[in-house]
Ligand binder design. Structure first.
Ligand code: SF4
Ligand code: SF4
Length: 123
């Protein structure tokens, strides 16, 4: 079990969740070089302690509390969260490739403003 960041983070990426995470398992942080280029942020599933602090911090409801509760349209991004490793260029590229595939497959969601996107996940 681990929390999962999904597509409302794309186009938002404000790092509000990073500031409240007690175990620093959300990356990239603003002080990491990858922050400028990644599409979204990722939660390391082995490091997340399921505290829930990030959920109310997110202004666009991008974070689900487990892979099981993550809507079907967002399933690919569970894999992206798991793939990302801070400072590992290959892992970063792998996570970003998954996100790009998600974007390509879900034009209907990408056409919605980030703040409204989570509401459309279940439809
Ligand atoms: S649930 Fe807690 S430990 Fe996991 S990413 Fe959110 S703030 Fe960090
Ligand atoms: S608070 Fe939400 S939108 Fe902001 S970086 Fe974290 S997951 Fe992304």
């Amino acid at each position: 079990m681990a929390f999962v960041i999904t597509d409302p983070c794309i186009g938002t990426k404000d790092a509000a969740c990073v500031d409240v995470c007690p175990v620093d398992c959300i990356h990239p942080r603003k002080d990491e070089p990858e922050f400028a280029t990644t599409s979204m942020l990722y939660i390391h599933p082995d490091e997340c302690i399921d505290c829930g602090a990030c959920v109310p911090a997110c202004p666009v409801a991008a974070i689900y509390d487990s892979p099981e509760s993550t809507p079907a349209s967002q399933r690919r991004l569970i894999e992206a969260n798991a793939a990302y490793r801070a400072g590992d260029a290959a892992a970063v590229a792998q996570a970003e490739a998954i996100v790009k595939a998600h974007i390509a497959a879900h034009g209907e969601l990408m056409g919605i403003a980030p703040a409204e996107r989570a509401a459309a996940h279940a439809k």
